[in-house]
Design a protein around this ligand. Structure first.
Ligand SMILES: NC(=O)c1ccc[n+]([C@@H]2O[C@H](COP(=O)([O-])OP(=O)(O)OC[C@H]3O[C@@H](n4cnc5c(N)ncnc54)[C@H](OP(=O)(O)O)[C@@H]3O)[C@@H](O)[C@H]2O)c1
Length: 278
C-alpha cells in the first residue's frame, strides 16, 4: 500500500516508495501485493516503475479489484491494472472483497474469461468467509489459488472462523495481511512492534534475541500454509522481516503466543464490513 490511501497523496515521496519496493526485490522478496484501491491506481503505477528491469518470471505480482465486480467492469479494470503495472499478465488477481449486491456467478464468469485470455495466471479472493469461497469455487473453472485475510497475534478471525483450516483442506494459499501493524485505528491499541506494549512479545523477543516485530511475523510464517504481506519503507525494518525467517520459535512458545497473547480480536472484515481496510 503505497502512494497514498484511497486517493493519491500529492505529497507522497514516489522515489522512496519505488526504492523500498526495489530494496525488497533485491533482498529476495518476489511477491508484491498491491490493489487498484491503493491510492486509486497510483500504487500499481509505482510497482510498475519499480519492477522494470527485473526478470518477469522471478516476480509474483498480485493486485485486486474492488467493488466493480460486474463482468464488463472486471475485464475493464484488469486491463487498466495491467497497463498501470506495465505487464501483459498478472500473477495473482484477487476479488478485494465480495460485494453482496453483485452475483458471485457474474464475477466468477469474468475471472474465468481473464484466465482463458491469459491476462491473469491465478485467482485469489480476499476478505471472504468460507461459504463465500465455496460459492466462488463452484462458479470458477479454475481452482482458487489464494485467500487473503487480516491475521496477526491480535487479529484472529481466520482462526476463530476456521478459515485457516478451510484453506489447508482446500489447498489454498493463505495470505495474512497487516501482520505487524495494529488491527485498525478504531482499535485504540498499540502496534505489535512497540516495546512495552505487550509483555509477552517483549519476553519472547528477549528470549530469542530479536525484535518484537520479528516474533510477530515469525509466529505467522512458522504456521503451516501461512504467508504474509507486509509494508515497510525502512531498510532496517525490511532486513528484520527478511531475517525473521531464520528464527525458530519452539512449539511451546508458538502455543504460548497463540493461547496467551492479549487482546485477541475477532475483527470481522469478512462478514460485517463491506469496506476493506485498504
Ligand atoms: N486484502 C485486504 O483487504 C488488505 C487490507 C490491508 C492491507 N493489505 C495488504 O497488506 C499489506 C500490509 O498491511 P499494512 O501496511 O496495513 O500493515 P503491516 O505491514 O502489518 O504494518 C505496516 C507498518 O509496520 C511498520 N513496520 C514494518 N516493519 C516493521 C519492523 N520491522 N519494525 C517496526 N515497524 C515495522 C511500517 O512502518 P515502516 O514503513 O516505517 O517500516 C508500517 O507502519 C498492505 O501493504 C497490503 O498489501 C490487504
Amino acid at each position: 500500500m503505497m502512494g497514498g490511501r484511497a486517493e493519491p497523496d500529492p505529497n507522497n515521496d514516489d522515489a522512496k516508495d519505488i526504492e523500498a519496493i526495489q530494496n525488497a526485490l533485491n533482498a529476495g522478496i518476489k511477491h508484491i501485493d498491491t490493489a487498484k484501491l491503493y491510492a486509486n491506481g497510483k500504487a500499481e503505477e509505482l510497482v510498475g516503475q519499480a519492477i522494470k528491469g527485473y526478470k518477469r518470471e522471478d516476480l509474483l505480482i498480485a493486485t485486486k479489484i474492488h467493488r466493480e465486480l460486474n463482468y464488463d467492469d472486471v475485464l475493464r479494470n484488469c486491463e487498466a491494472s495491467l497497463k498501470r503495472l506495465g505487464l501483459d499478465y498478472i500473477d495473482l488477481y484477487y476479488v478485494h472483497m465480495p460485494m453482496p449486491s453483485i452475483p458471485i456467478k457474474e464475477t466468477a464468469r469474468a475471472f474465468n474469461k481473464l484466465m482463458e485470455r491469459g491476462l491473469i495466471k491465478n485467482i485469489g479472493i480476499s476478505d471472504a468467509l468460507n461459504e463465500t469461497m465455496d460459492e466462488y469455487q463452484a462458479n470458477l473453472d479454475y481452482k482458487i489459488f489464494a485467500s487473503q485475510n487480516q491475521y496477526s497475534l491480535i487479529a484472529r478471525e481466520p482462526q476463530f472462523n476456521n478459515h485457516l483450516e478451510y484453506c489447508k483442506k482446500n489447498n489454498i494459499h493463505f495470505v495474512a495481511w497487516r501482520p505487524i501493524q495494529l488491527p485498525a485505528p478504531a482499535f485504540n491499541i498499540e502496534p505489535m512492534y512497540k516495546r512495552g506494549a505487550y509483555k509477552l512479545l517483549d519476553d519472547m523477543a528477549d528470549k530469542y534475541g530479536v525484535k518484537n516485530a520479528q516474533i510477530a511475523v515469525r509466529w505467522l510464517t512458522q504456521q503451516d500454509n501461512v504467508n504474509v504481506v507486509f509494508k515497510t519503507t525502512n531498510p532496517e525494518h525490511l532486513k528484520e522481516i527478511v531475517d525473521s525467517g531464520n528464527i525458530t520459535i519452539s512449539p511451546e512458545d508458538m502455543k504460548n503466543l497463540a493461547d496467551n497473547f492479549p487482546r485477541q480480536e475477532k475483527i470481522s472484515f469478512t462478514s460485517s464490513s463491506r469496506q476493506p481496510m485498504l
